[in-house]
Design a protein around this ligand. Structure first.
Ligand SMILES: Cc1cc2nc3c(=O)[nH]c(=O)nc-3n(C[C@H](O)[C@H](O)[C@H](O)COP(=O)(O)OP(=O)(O)OC[C@H]3O[C@@H](n4cnc5c(N)ncnc54)[C@H](O)[C@@H]3O)c2cc1C
Length: 436
C-alpha cells in the first residue's frame, strides 16, 4: 500500500495532526490506532478540566476527544482501529510502516512521511524496584482508572498511592468518589509532580494527606496486598532508618512518571533525547529522519492536552509542507541544499541550563521558522519569585518574571523570527532560570 502520510496513534495528537495535514491539502493519509476507538488516553479521563485553553470551556476527556474526532470524520480522514504498528523502517526517502490487524494480517505501507503520535506509558512496579511479594492489588494509576471508568470495576477499598503525578492525584479523588478510603499519597520528591490545581481539587478538598519525601519500602501480603511500609527519605532519596510506618491497605496505586512510547522510533533510528525520552526535533517537529515528525506525549510528557493539540497541529502542517514540497522550495530559495548538513549555517541550537531540564525543540533552523516559534520546557525544581531568561548568544532577548515554577508544570516562551534574524551569526539560544 502506498500513502503520502501515515499517522501512528489516534489519540489527541494523532487526530490534531491528521486534521491539520488534511486542511493543508494532504488527502492521501491514514491514521493507525491499536485501540478499538479513537481518542487515546482521553477516553478514560472522565473528569473535567480539559480544553480550557482551546475551547475556553471545561470539558471531560471524552468530550474533548469527541470535538477532534467529529472534525476528523467530517473531513473524511481515513483511519484503522485495532491496528497495531509493529515496525517502521526507512528505505531511501520512503518509510515502510508495518501494521497488523485481525482482518488484514500483516501489511506494509510505503509512506512518504510519518507522524509519530504513540503517546506514553506509565512506569510500572517492575521499573520501580519496590521489594516485597508480588500480590494482587498493585496497579498503575492509569490501569486502575481504566478499570473504574471504562470496565466498571473497583480495584480495592483501602488505597495507598505512591507518586503524586497528575494521574495519581486524579485517581485519589476518583477512588474516593467510588467509596474507597484513600489513606495517603506518598511522594519521593520534596515537591509534587502534579499540577497545583489537582493537589487542591483532588487531595486538599478530600482531606487526603500528601507525604512529601516519602516512599514505599515494603509491600506486605502474599496473595493480596495487606499493608505497605512507607518511610521518609533523605536528600539523596534514601529511606531514613527508624521512620518506617506500616499502613494497612488492600491496594497500591503507582503514579511514578510516564515514559514516551518510542520503541518504534528507536528501531527506525530516531535520535532520542536522554531527558525527555522522546525524539530530538527541530522547529518543524521533524526528527533526524527526514519526513518523520513527532508530537504529543511521544515527544515529551505534556501536562495539558491543549498543548498536545497545538503542537500536533504544527506537526501536521509541517508534514504537509514537507509533502507538498513547500519546504524543499524554501530550501532551494535559501540555496542550502541538503537540509541536515549544509543548512547548519541557519540552525540555532536551543540549550537548557541553570534549572531548565529540557527544551523542545532543540534546534531552530531560521530559514524554516514561522514568524513565531513556541518553545516548551520544564524546570527541575520548585522556584519562587525568579525569572526565565532567554539569551541569544550573549544577548538577553527575554526576561519573564515568574512568581512560581514547578517541575509538574510545563512552561513555554515564544521566540520571534524578526528578533532572531536580526542577530548576526546566531548559533545558540539559552534558556535558564535566573534566581538573582
Ligand atoms: C490519567 C490522565 C489524566 C489526565 N488529565 C488531564 C487533564 O485533566 N487535563 C489535561 O489537559 N490533560 C490531562 N491528561 C493529559 C492528556 O490526556 C495527554 O496529554 C494526551 O492524551 C496525550 O495525547 P497523545 O495523543 O500524545 O497520547 P495518547 O492519548 O496516549 O494517545 C496515543 C495513542 O497512540 C496509540 N498507539 C500507541 N502505540 C501504537 C502503535 N504501535 N500502533 C497503533 N497505535 C498506537 C495508543 O493506543 C493511543 O490511542 C491526562 C492524562 C492522563 C493519562
Amino acid at each position: 500500500m502506498d500513502k503520502d502520510l501515515v499517522i501512528i496513534g489516534g489519540g489527541p495528537a494523532g487526530l490534531a495532526a491528521a486534521i491539520a495535514a488534511k486542511e493543508a491539502g494532504i488527502n492521501d493519509l491514514l491514521i493507525l490506532e491499536r485501540d478499538n476507538k479513537l481518542g487515546g488516553i482521553l477516553n478514560q479521563c472522565i473528569h473535567n478540566g480539559f480544553g480550557l485553553h482551546t475551547f475556553k470551556e471545561e470539558l471531560t476527556g471524552p468530550e474533548y476527544a469527541a470535538r477532534f474526532e467529529d472534525k476528523a470524520l467530517a473531513l473524511e480522514i481515513p483511519y484503522k482501529l485495532e491496528t497495531m504498528v509493529v515496525d517502521i523502517s526507512a528505505k531511501g526517502e520512503d518509510k515502510l510502516v508495518t501494521y497488523m490487524n485481525r482482518a488484514e494480517g500483516l501489511v506494509v505501507i510505503r509512506a512518504k512521511a510519518v507522524i509519530l503520535c504513540m503517546g506514553c506509558r506509565e512506569r510500572s512496579r517492575g521499573a520501580l524496584n519496590i521489594p516485597g511479594y508480588r500480590p494482587a492489588g498493585i496497579y498503575t494509576a492509569g490501569t486502575a482508572q481504566r478499570y473504574v471508568n471504562i470496565e466498571g470495576r473497583m480495584p480495592g477499598k483501602e488505597v495507598v498511592i505512591l507518586g503524586s503525578g497528575d494521574i495519581g492525584l486524579i485517581m485519589a479523588r476518583r477512588m474516593t468518589f467510588e467509596g474507597a478510603k484513600v489513606k495517603l499519597v506518598a511522594e519521593l520528591m520534596p515537591y509534587s509532580g502534579g499540577l497545583k490545581r489537582n493537589i487542591a481539587q483532588c487531595l486538599n478538598d478530600f482531606d487526603i494527606p500528601l507525604l512529601l519525601s516519602h516512599t514505599v519500602v515494603d509491600i506486605k501480603g502474599k496473595e493480596r496486598v495487606e499493608a505497605v511500609v512507607i518511610a521518609e527519605v533523605d536528600e539523596h532519596s534514601k529511606p531514613i532508618p527508624g521512620t518506617e510506618q506500616e499502613v494497612k491497605c488492600d491496594t497500591l496505586l503507582l503514579s511514578c512518571g510516564l515514559i514516551p512510547e518510542n520503541e518504534l522510533s528507536n528501531a527506525l533510528g530516531v535520535s532520542i533525547n536522554r531527558v525527555t525520552g522522546g525524539p530530538n526535533v527541530n522547529e518543524s517537529l521533524e526528527t533526524n529522519i527526514k519526513g518523520v515528525f513527532a508530537c504529543g506525549n511521544v515527544l515529551h510528557v505534556h501536562d495539558l492536552v491543549d498543548y498536545v493539540s497545538e503542537e500536533a497541529t504544527q506537526a501536521g502542517k509541517k508534514a504537509a509542507e514537507y509533502l507538498t514540497g513547500a519546504e524543499r522550495e524554501h530550501e532551494s530559495e535559501n540555496n542550502s541544499g541538503c537540509r541536515s548538513e549544509k543548512n547548519t549555517d541557519n540552525a540555532v541550537s536551543i540549550k537548557a541550563t541553570d534549572g531548565v531540564r529540557y527544551i523542545v525543540p532543540s534546534v531552530i533552523r531560521l530559514n524554516h521558522m514561522d514568524d513565531r516559534q513556541i518553545v516548551r520546557f520544564r524546570v527541575g525544581a520548585v522556584y519562587k519569585k525568579v525569572a526565565i531568561q532567554v539569551l541569544a548568544g550573549d544577548k538577553e532577548i527575554m526576561n519573564l518574571k515568574k512568581q512560581a515554577l514547578a517541575p509538574g508544570e510545563m512552561e513555554q516562551v515564544i521566540l520571534q523570527k524578526s528578533v532572531l534574524s536580526g542577530i548576526d551569526d546566531l548559533k545558540e539560544i539559552t534558556i535558564r532560570v535566573k534566581t538573582d
